[in-house]
Design a protein around this ligand. Structure first.
Ligand SMILES: Nc1ncnc2c1ncn2[C@@H]1O[C@H](COP(=O)(O)OP(=O)(O)OP(=O)(O)O)[C@@H](O)[C@H]1O
Ligand SMILES: [Mg+2]
Length: 288
């Protein structure tokens, strides 16, 4: 399965989520790879230092067009070799994004909720809709046809879901976002990724001053066991558990156990069960 993090707008959390999703699938024993398609090459750098157990690939090429060709060639091959290929797409909707979306089974769209984010979201969802039509030869007016959910999903590749970032239930724009997702018939997770300062500490960092050792990247759930880290790790876990319930169905506590001390483990399990119960109503499944 190919899962892409895509948004026309930059800086919304694509790289953060791509790195964590590939590592999360690996934690759940899937053969997972990260495919870094952004010329910034940040996710590949991050992953290599944070979780060497996840295979990393990069879309080579100095120009956009070259990278798009590399994506077209490599992505189908990776999909055959791995259970899951997580793609970190560049911001924008250029040639690379087109190549990725023409192969992806699922596209996750992390987004903020400001006016600027809406602009990016609008272009992103419109483009995905166009690609769904081109890829699947869906009948005219598919949105209004009275067909089963399974039948409809066949015409909607890549399946798409919106993930609210730096937003929480109750924020002013959340209801609008939900209405928008419903209107375009995309999923939207009920779990969100609120703003968490800890994100500053998990990225790799190059110290340019002489004598300092570079800091490797980390995954949120490998970063410590204090409450701040645990909350941030469980936010990310909650989003992935919601999108891929079948992956973690047997044992939903793996991330929780990474961030829990012996004394707090019951509390963490309670919290995970509680979050699951809260969001089970209206859960969106976008991948099978
Ligand atoms: N939930 C969060 N709370 C606080 N900071 C966050 C959160 N998620 C991501 N960030 C931070 O926001 C910044 C942008 O995130 P990231 O690089 O993942 O976005 P991106 O969409 O990949 O950006 P680009 O379009 O440049 O590739 C980073 O500094 C990251 O550490
Ligand atoms: Mg990025």
């Amino acid at each position: 399965m190919i899962i892409s993090m895509t948004n026309a707008k930059g800086g919304v959390g694509k790289t953060t989520l791509a790195v964590h999703l590939a590592a999360w699938l690996h934690l759940y024993d899937l053969k997972a790879a990260l495919f870094d398609c952004d010329a910034q090459r940040l996710s590949s750098w991050w992953m290599k230092t944070a979780e060497p157990g996840v295979d990393v690939y990069v879309a080579e090429g100095a120009e956009e067009e070259e990278r798009a060709v590399a994506i077209d060639e490599l992505l189908p091959r990776l999909a055959e070799e791995y259970d899951a290929v997580v793609v970190d797409a560049p911001g924008g909707l250029g040639r690379e994004a087109g190549a990725i979306l023409s192969h992806a089974d699922a596209v996750l769209i992390p987004t903020g909720t400001s006016g600027l984010d809406w602009e990016g979201l609008y272009w992103t969802t419109s483009t995905i809709k166009e690609i769904q039509k081109l890829r699947n030869e869906a009948p005219e007016g598919i949105e209004n046809l009275n067909i089963s959910e399974d039948e409809r999903r066949k015409y909607l590749l890549p399946n798409a879901a919106i993930i609210p970032v730096q937003a929480e239930e109750g924020h002013v724009a959340m209801a609008d976002l939900r209405e928008f997702a419903h209107g375009v018939q995309f999923g939207m997770t009920t779990a969100t990724l609120p703003y968490r300062q800890k994100h500053i500490h998990i990225t790799p960092k190059r110290f340019h001053q002489k004598g300092l050792v570079d800091r490797p990247g980390s995954l949120m759930w490998n970063t410590g066991r204090n409450k701040e880290v645990r909350d941030a790790a469980l936010d990310i876990d909650a989003v992935f558990q919601e999108v891929f319930p079948e992956v973690c169905a047997v044992d939903p506590y793996r991330v929780g156990e990474q961030v829990a001390t012996r004394r707090t483990i019951d509390a963490v399990k309670w919290e995970i069960d509680n979050r699951t119960a809260r969001r089970s109503h209206g859960r969106e499944r976008i991948a099978s």
